[in-house]
Every structure is written in structure tokens, then in C-alpha cells.
Write a protein that binds this ligand. Structure first.
Ligand code: MG
Length: 294
């Protein structure tokens, strides 16, 4: 199923796309007693029976509204915590990072984690606001976002899939000067509007495990990044097992799993985003996340 958050006639709602992707069944058509304030609340409370009920409702198309009559928003507006990010998780991006972005960068022996502050995610079509006076080196990173569906600590690698709710697209927008200047990447990854997300949250049953999805990023129609999640250095089960060792992952948490080669900062010469550009992040089976730069 593809869960969505949307705006219809000025009202925000959550719902699920019908199988043909042409309509949205809002939660009022789910046939459930209770209403959820957000998709995070739904993820935390729904359970397998509830999901099955929603699946049937999506098939029946009750209360369905044409998708052309709504504006799709980022599925999760305010994540429960900062987004957990994985750095240099594709071999080719690790190489370009060492050779082009930061020649002092030491090849890590363990997964690299950092966090990304997110007051609000950015919806499809909404602008990423550049702050050229703070940092003119604005960059894109297409990433598969894993949304945790069940709270867990010390999750065994072979049970990791059980703890996943689904997948979305995250653009890990980065201010490269800040990223490098402050040693820790947090500051350069965390400016307002630096986390576009969406357009949908796809439940895990639609994406076979292990996850092997093509992903790419285009700037003004030109392909900059193109890879497949099979090239992760640390795969999703290992990330979930490693992160949850002594650190609880909560239902609703989001893990951005890293980006492949082709970021603007590693081009020769570097090619940063500027106002007027349009960035499209695409992942197979999820969709296209398109945002202009303002
Ligand atoms: Mg990243």
C-alpha cells in the first residue's frame, strides 16, 4: 500500500492510494473506528489487522477522491526524532568523498551515522529554500528512507524486516561548506527545508527483501546520480541491528540510508544547486520527489 498525506479543499488528511494510483482513499473510508492525527500515529498504533482493513478499503475505493483533486504532501511532516542518516554508504560515493569532497576523510571501518534536524519535512513540489549568504555550496542526495514500524532494541539482523513499516524517498539536502567546517555534519545537513520527503510511504510488503531498488537524481532534467540499493556498503538489516544495539529504534523513526556517487560537490568543477533549479529524486516502486530551489 502507498500511504499519503494530502491537502484537499484546504483540509489536511491522511489516506492510501488505490491500486491504480489514480485515487486517494482518505482515512474516513478505512472503516476503522478511530482517526489518526498523523501517519506516525497510524504506524505506531495500527497493527496487522488494522492494516488488512485498510488494504480492503483501498481495494473497494470507499470515499475515494481523484488524486488530481488533492495535493500530495510529505508523508511524515514532523518526524518523532531527528532523521538518522547513514553517511558514505555506497562504495562509489565513499570514493568521490575521499577524492573530491574532503581529501582528509579517513575510510571508516564502521557505518557512519549522523543526524539531521527536521522541524518540518518538505512536500513534493515545495521549494527548498537556499540561503546562499550562509552557504552557497548547496547540494542534493537521493536516499531511500526506511520508516520503522515497531519499536525495538537489540533487534537481531535476521528479524530486521519485522521492524520496518515501509519506505519513502528522502533528499538529504546538504550545505557543503557548513558540513566540512564544523567537523560534525549535523549543522550542514539541518537547515530549514533540507529534508524533502515523499511522495508516498510504501509499505514493506510491496518491496521484496533484501531491498534492491534503482534510484536516481536529476537536476534540471540532467541525471546526476544513478545506482541501486544493492550497492549499500552496510545493508538495511545490518543497519537496524547495529543502530538498535543499546539504542531503541521507535515506531515512526526514519533512517536515511545514504546516497550514491554523483553529488554536485564531487563534480569537476563542483556544480552546486542555485535558485531556479529543479531537483528530482526517483526511486523505483516509490515514485518521484520533485522540488524547486528558491
Ligand atoms: Mg546523505
Amino acid at each position: 500500500m502507498k500511504f499519503v498525506r494530502f491537502l484537499a479543499q484546504g483540509q489536511e488528511g491522511i489516506g492510501v492510494l488505490t491500486e491504480d494510483g489514480r485515487s486517494v482513499v482518505p482515512q474516513e473510508g478505512f472503516g476503522l473506528e478511530r482517526r489518526f492525527a498523523s501517519l506516525t500515529e497510524l504506524i505506531q498504533e495500527i497493527g496487522p489487522d488494522g492494516l488488512e482493513t485498510i488494504r480492503r478499503a483501498a481495494q473497494e475505493g470507499k470515499n475515494a477522491v481523484p488524486v488530481s483533486d488533492v495535493k500530495l504532501l510529505s508523508p511524515i511532516d514532523r518526524p518523532i526524532h531527528d532523521v538518522i542518516c547513514v553517511g558514505v554508504n555506497y562504495r562509489d560515493h565513499l570514493t568521490e568523498t575521499k577524492e573530491k569532497f574532503d581529501t582528509s576523510f579517513q575510510e571508516p571501518v564502521k557505518p557512519v551515522y549522523f543526524s539531521k534536524r527536521v522541524c518540518h519535512t518538505v512536500s513534493p513540489g515545495e521549494p527548498i529554500r537556499s540561503r546562499m549568504e550562509i552557504d552557497p555550496c548547496l547540494d542534493y542526495e537521493v536516499e531511500l528512507g526506511v520508516v520503522i514500524g515497531k519499536t525495538g532494541t537489540d533487534i537481531p539482523r535476521d528479524r530486521a524486516e519485522e521492524y520496518i513499516f515501509g519506505y519513502t524517498i528522502v533528499n538529504d539536502v546538504s550545505a557543503r561548506t557548513l558540513q566540512k567546517q564544523h567537523v560534525q555534519w549535523y549543522r550542514g545537513k539541518s537547515m530549514d527545508t533540507f529534508t524533502p520527503m515523499g511522495p508516498v510511504l510504501v509499505t514493506k510488503d510491496e518491496i521484496p527483501f533484501p531491498v534492491t531498488l534503482d534510484l536516481c537524481c536529476r537536476v534540471n532534467g540532467e541525471t546526476r546520480q544513478s545506482s541501486n540499493t544493492r550497492y549499500f556498503i552496510t545493508d538495511i538489516p545490518s543497519l537496524i541491528a547495529d543502530l538498535s544495539r543499546g539504542m531503541t529504534l521507535e515506531a515512526g523513526d526514519i533512517i536515511a540510508t545514504g546516497t550514491p556517487a554523483g553529488v554536485g560537490t564531487a563534480m569537476d568543477p563542483p556544480c552546486y544547486l542555485k535558485p531556479g533549479d529543479v531537483v528530482e529524486c526517483e526511486i523505483e516502486k516509490i515514485g518521484v520527489l520533485k522540488n524547486p530551489i528558491e
